[in-house]
Structures are given as C-alpha cells and as structure tokens.
Ligand binder design. Structure first.
Ligand code: SF4
Ligand code: SF4
Length: 487
C-alpha cells in the first residue's frame, strides 16, 4: 500500500489490495502451474482488546443462534419459518408469502449495512461476526483444549502414529462432529418446531429432508470450520474480492505503521534502537503466527486479511514487553497513518459523502419498513374468479359471477370475518358471506354475486369487496375485482 506523496488529503479512491502469495514460476517445461498446495496453519493464541471483542461477538451470535429457537411466544416457537404451512413466525409477527416485501427490505438493509460498515471500518463483518470466523474460532478453541498450544499441535502433527496421537485426534473430531450435528439440529429447528424435532430424533422418526438438512448443515460446519478454515475466506468467499471497491484512504483497516516499524530487526530490550537507525519492529513474527489466514500484515493490506485485529493484539504485547509505545499495528486509516492524525481526526474524516449517503439511504429504508410494518393489516385476502364460468344466468334472469376468496388470518386470535360488496346497482351476495378464521389459518370461501336482470350494460364492471373483522374494528381491507355481464 503506498502512502500519499504529500501532506494533503488525497481524493477518495479505490485502494490497491495485494495478494500475499508469490507469483507462480514457470517449470522446466516452461509451463506455469496454477496449483498451490495449501500449508496447514497453526494460529497461536493471543489475548488483547480485539481478541476480547471477537470472543464477545462469538458469545452473542451463538447465544442468539442456539437460544432463539427455544424461546416460546403465544404457546408456539417464537421464531419459526414454517415453509410447509407457508408462514413465518417472528415473535408477535405472522408473515405470509404475500409479505415477501419485508424480507426484500431486510436483505436490502443487510446489504447496505455491510457497505456502510465496510466503508467506515473495513472487514468488520469478516473479522468478528461472519459464521466462518465465529465457527473457526470455536473449532480452534476445541482443538487447543485437546491438542494443546501451537507448538504442541505442530509436534503432534509431525510425530509418528502413537496411541496418544490417535486418542487426541479422535477426541477432537468426535467433539467437532457432535458440535456440528448440534448446529445442524438447531438450524433445522428454525424450520421445524424444535420440540417436535427433538422428539423425532429421540424416537428415530426424523423425516428424510430433516435428516438431509441436519447432516448437510452439520457437515458444512465441520468441513468449513474444522478443515477448510482460512481457505474459505481466501478462495471461496466472494466478499473478499469486491471489498477493494468499498475501501478508500479514510477506511479504518488493520495497518502496520511502516514509517515507525522499519527498518525492522532483532535487538535487546535495553538497546537504543533509534540511535542505531532501527525501527520499532523487532521482527519476532508473532503477528504472522497469530494470523488466522497466515499472512504478514507488514507487507501491506492484502485481500486475505479479514481484519480480525489478532496481529495488533500480538504486537501490542511485544511493544509492552520491549517498553515501546503500543500501536505499531493498529486500526487506522491510510490518511491517518500518513499524516499522523489522532483518533478524533480520523473519525471526523470517516464522515465523508459516501458514508453519509449510505446512512441516509439506510435510515430511509429502515423508517419505511418500520412504518409499513406498523400500518400492516394482519389480514390478507386473495380474490380469485371462478374460471369455469365467467358469468351465468340464474333464476329470474339474474346474472351471477362466482368468486373464491382466500382469507388469511395473520393474527393469533380467532377472527369473525364479514364480507360485503359494492360498485354496481343491485349487486348483492347470494351465498354465505361471513366466515370464522382460526388463528394464523387460511380459509377459502365461495361467493356468488348477483345483479337483477337489465341493471347493467354488457361488459366488465369494477367492483370492490370490503372485508372486515367483527372482533377488531381496526382489521379491515378492500379488494378490487370485476363483475362480467354477458351479451
Ligand atoms: S509482532 Fe510487531 S514487532 Fe513482532 S514482527 Fe510483528 S510487527 Fe514486528
Ligand atoms: S493480518 Fe492481522 S487483521 Fe488481518 S487477518 Fe491476519 S491477524 Fe487478522
């Protein structure tokens, strides 16, 4: 990453992100192999502020994920996406496929939030909340508990087959598999009531799809967090590839202060390194050893960097031991590093036009979604014309059109629904026009609409159904349709 050549703030622009891997070299036959064998990483444990934040996020996300399906609301699971019944329950909300717009709104908000956080603070999502990071952290913790710290793990992998090795490896994989299956079970619990699912597991009565999804999600967790780890971020995740389009010189990123750190080199604690013309970096490589993607942040911003801050924590520990000021590796902006800005100055510069645009759009969409949810009528009606007979003549020359109304009760109480119709002279309902709909139930009702003979010209006439609840005056809606008068 190059610094601005002068003291002025350069215009915001996309910043280059380099790949850490060296360019492949041609072999004897002149061919360049694009295959690169991956080296197993043994991230060293680290403690510090960013590590605490990462673990706080691990706890929060996992308590939410594993705890949410166990919550009860109105004698049912509080959060349940019942695909079979086509109903989504989110605490007091009951959503139907017709409410898809809210899901769209939620996705737009998530995407915009990602853009906003990335523009302000880089890969916050990747470093702290992405499931890949979170589960890798958990799996790594299990691995450390069973196989030991970095050096012990490396020794174990290099050692020959022994009872201890088989025992430790088997124990680790057993715990990983059990944890993954529990994760798969919880995931399916968002789509099938968890208590039913638990009973089905206990009686070995799981359905084929439930077995498939528990195993699939469990396998994905085990494979991605246990085996693939940083390779998911490096080779599979598309987000790493387009992040550079959202970064600029005022984006907070984990940065190595090259001006302060170089020239690097080993030295004793008591040595006056500045007098010897050295930088603050003691070249201990701890920042590389703790990195979950195995890169060296001193080479500049690389697309493999997930912004977890582990290297900053490790370096701060080294700086403390050497008696140097902390922050050789820190969250900073390119402009901040180049011009020696304080944190307050960097935050002021973070409020740039693109960030304000993101914030404005985000606030507008959130407000629109909240208002729309607040004003939402918890009753849905689909009016479907009887395709078999558009219009027909019945007794006394009256003209009849038949409609099927699908009434969806999106509340969790019984609703006595009454239907009336208007729009034409003499238009009346010649069939049952009231129906009781149970909580969250969908009921179909066939309505026969009639007009007296000669009361309307041949053709199609707009009419309006008025649907209202007798239990709650606030639940009412109008649906438009047409009445056909034949020639
Ligand atoms: S941890 Fe700090 S001092 Fe050690 S090599 Fe990395 S940047 Fe240099
Ligand atoms: S370079 Fe630092 S911030 Fe980036 S992934 Fe590695 S440890 Fe995390």
């Amino acid at each position: 990453m190059s610094n601005p050549p002068n003291g002025n703030t350069p215009p915001a622009k996309v910043i280059p992100i380099v790949a850490a891997a060296a360019a492949p070299e041609a072999g004897d036959d002149g061919l360049v192999s694009l295959y690169q064998a991956s080296k197993k990483l043994y991230p060293r444990s680290v403690s510090g502020l960013f590590n605490q934040w990462r673990w706080a996020l691990v706890w929060i996300t996992q308590i939410v994920f594993y705890g949410l399906p166990w919550l009860v609301w109105n004698n049912r699971q509080a959060v349940l996406f019942d695909l079979e019944a086509r109903r989504f329950y989110i605490f007091g909300l009951v959503l139907y496929p017709q409410d898809f717009i809210y899901l769209t709104g939620l996705l737009v908000i998530s995407a915009l939030s990602l853009f906003l956080f990335t523009a302000v603070a880089g890969r916050l999502w990747c470093g702290y909340a992405c499931p890949q990071t979170v589960y890798t952290e958990i799996f790594l913790w299990i691995e450390k508990k069973i196989e030991g710290e970095r050096a012990a793990r490396m020794r174990l992998d290099q050692s020959g087959l022994s009872l201890e090795k088989v025992g430790r490896k088997s124990a680790k994989h057993l715990v990983w598999v059990l944890f993954s299956l529990w994760t798969g079970f919880t995931f399916v619990g968002y789509f099938t009531p968890l208590h039913q699912l638990g009973a089905a597991v206990a009686t070995l009565a799981l359905g084929p799809w439930q077995i498939f999804w528990v195993l699939f999600y469990g396998f994905a967790t085990y494979g991605n967090a246990g085996w693939m780890r940083e390779q998911v971020c490096k080779y599979m995740c598309p987000y790493a590839r387009f992040q550079s389009a959202m970064f600029d010189h005022d984006t907070m990123i984990v940065t190595y202060d090259e001006k302060r750190g170089e020239p690097r080199g080993a030295r004793g604690k008591k040595v006056d390194y500045q007098a010897k013309g050295m930088g603050a970096c003691v070249d201990c490589t701890l920042c590389v050893q703790v990195c979950p993607t195995g890169i060296d942040i001193r080479k500049g911003l690389q697309y493999e960097c997930i912004g977890c801050g582990a290297c900053a924590d490790a370096c701060d520990e080294v700086m403390d031991k050497m008696g140097y000021a902390r922050g050789l590796i820190k969250y900073s902006t390119q402009n901040g590093i180049a011009q020696g800005w304080t944190r307050a100055q960097m935050i002021r510069h973070a409020l740039r036009p693109r960030v304000l645009v993101y914030v404005s759009i985000l606030l507008a969409i959130c407000a629109a979604l909240a208002v729309s949810l607040f004003l939402r009528t918890p009753l849905k009606v689909d009016v479907i014309r009887d395709r078999g007979a558009l219009a027909r003549m019945v007794e006394a020359g009256r003209i009849e059109n038949v409609f099927r109304l699908q009434v969806m009760n999106a509340t969790e109480s019984r609703q006595q629904i009454e239907i009336s119709v208007r729009g034409m002279d003499g238009l009346e309902i010649a069939s049952e026009h009231a129906v009781e709909v149970l909580p969250t139930e969908v009921r179909s009702l066939v309505l026969r609409l009639q007009i007296p003979p000669g009361s309307a010209e041949p053709g199609s006439h707009p009419i309006e159904f008025q649907i209202r609840s007798l239990n709650d005056a606030g639940i009412r809606l109008d649906e438009k349709s047409v009445f056909i008068v034949p020639r």
